[in-house]
Design a protein around this ligand. Structure first.
Ligand code: ADP
Ligand code: ADP
Ligand code: MG
Length: 457
């Protein structure tokens, strides 16, 4: 291994995940923290900590220069961006290249190609991958009107630069179009600094299915199977599973090959994910987008394949070949992940920062908890409220569902409110147990929450 010291440019559970992977590979880790994260678990577990700025992410975790200075100042030879923050900013990948630091992720070019959803759609189309019917860039509501008529209502207005479930607006009828367009453009400008919008047909009865990919610099690209991430709130994943259980094996193979085709064509290096929408009415699949980073839900893939995707990312960045071939990827059992956030579900998912006074994560065979939480930890109010990821595996889906129900029931946190009671209620619903869900299902459940009994934790 040429890499000997990695700067971890993230926080929370993913920072801890990267630190552990480094340790397992015999690599030192240096954690870049904001002033609010000095006492965090990853700060205690990394070999070294450098403070890169105040709590506010725009003055710390989102500053490319601060990350590069921290890496150079501590003699690191590589940078891992985690997910979120700078992970999909080509500027960080470029700055690393200029300073001869290895960026543990794809090339700046790949990030650029796939970071803009319109560019990505164009590329996918050119490789013969089916797209969700939609438009090119629409510049104003006047231009949008005829396109909308052709695509049909309801439709989605999407920000080309969007991500994290933000920048997506549903337009139900023609009369709403002009107003929606103006708000969407303004929001996109404020959130992403780019107001480019396009239109996509809204698929009402959909599954979100995505394929985990790995590519190395020698042109090898493999898939490590797919995940079903249909359970979402505000277009953000909440519960994810692997493998996708609602599709035929032939559709599964088609989707996996489509993802591999895209990655091979763009000469993709490192870990990445191609996301698709499967229309459950027509049983057709369509390209959605590509994420050029490790994803929050990567553990479900690890659980059923025995791979370590973060170690694989580091090896790839080090210039090594993929440690396994497509034929060596074997699948066993079913895995489910629940994202536990410090939020009050019964109060509109209001964030609930504060001190954790009791912390008892679930444990047992085939249960994994990826979390930076601990007894006494103070959850800061400045960042994403993800507190823990609870991952279970079972021989089949129904066993995994049962294990998840038990694991959530046995996960006790006090001091801050968490979504554990909400998640427990969701995984006990008959529709969920039977797998009769789509991307709208969870929102529907949330809407009926006041009438549902939330078990006190
Ligand atoms: P995916 O689930 O496909 O990986 P998401 O968009 O749900 O994609 O997850 C990435 C999002 O997580 C980012 O957009 C950001 O809002 C949030 N995020 C970024 N950094 C962190 C972090 N360190 N801990 C928790 N959440 C984060
Ligand atoms: P982001 O970059 O924010 O992750 P995506 O384009 O991946 O945005 O969409 C996020 C989620 O929004 C999808 O997983 C899906 O549930 C929903 N969605 C996006 N596009 C469509 C569509 N055309 N029809 C129905 N649902 C969609
Ligand atoms: Mg997405």
């Amino acid at each position: 291994m040429g890499i000997s010291r990695v700067l971890v440019a993230n926080r929370g559970e993913i920072a801890l995940r990267v630190i552990k992977a480094c340790r397992a590979l015999g690599i030192e880790s240096v954690l870049a923290v904001s002033e609010a994260d000095r006492e965090s678990l990853p700060a205690k577990m990394s070999d070294r900590v450098v403070c890169i700025g105040p709590a506010r992410a725009t003055e710390s975790y989102l500053k490319v220069e601060a990350i590069i200075a921290a890496a150079l100042g501590t003699g690191c030879d590589a940078v891992h961006p985690g997910y979120g923050f700078l992970a999909e900013r080509p500027e960080l990948a470029e700055a690393c290249a200029e300073e001869k630091l290895k960026f543990i992720g794809p090339s700046a070019e790949s990030i650029r190609q796939m970071g803009n959803k319109l560019l990505a759609r164009g590329l996918a189309r050119s490789y013969g991958i089916p797209l969700i019917p939609g438009s090119e860039k629409v510049s104003n509501s006047k231009e949008a009107a005829p396109v909308a008529q052709e695509v049909g209502f309801p439709l989605l207005l999407k920000a080309a630069a969007g991500g994290g479930g933000r920048g997506i607006k549903i337009v139900r009828e023609r009369a709403e179009l002009q107003g929606a367009f103006e708000t969407a453009a303004a929001e996109a400008r404020a959130a992403f600094g780019d107001e480019t919008l396009y239109i996509e047909r809204y698929i009402p009865n959909a599954r979100h299915i995505e394929v985990q990919l790995l590519g190395d610099r020698f042109g090898n690209v493999i898939h490590v199977g797919e995940r079903d991430c249909s359970l979402q709130r505000r277009h953000q994943k909440v519960i994810e599973e692997a493998p996708a259980y609602s599709i035929s094996d032939s559709l599964r193979e088609e989707i996996r090959s489509a993802a591999v085709i895209i990655a091979k064509n763009i000469k993709y290096e490192n870990a990445g994910t191609v996301e698709f929408i499967v229309d459950q009415d027509s049983e057709e699949f369509h390209f959605l987008e590509m994420n050029t980073r490790i994803q929050v839900e990567h553990p479900v893939t690890e659980a059923i394949t025995g791979t370590d995707l973060v170690k694989e990312q580091i090896r790839i960045a080090d210039g090594q070949r993929l440690s396994l071939s497509q034929a060596e990827v074997k699948f066993s059992g079913h895995a489910i992940e629940c994202r536990i956030t410090a939020e009050s579900a019964k109060d509109g998912f209001r964030p609930s920062p504060g001190r954790i006074t009791w912390w008892h994560p679930s444990c047992g065979t085939d249960i994994r908890v990826d979390s930076h939480g601990y007894m006494g930890y103070s959850v800061p109010p400045f960042y994403d409220s993800l507190l823990a990821k609870l991952i279970v595996r079972g021989e089949n889906r129904i066993r995994a569902v049962g294990r998840m129900q038990e694991a959530l029931a046995g996960f006790v946190v006090s001091g801050v409110e968490t979504t554990i009671p909400f998640l427990h209620l969701m995984v006990c619903q008959l529709d969920y147990v039977k797998g009769k869900v789509n991307t709208k299902w969870l929102e529907g459940m949330v809407a009926s929450l006041p009438s549902l009994e939330l078990r006190a934790n």
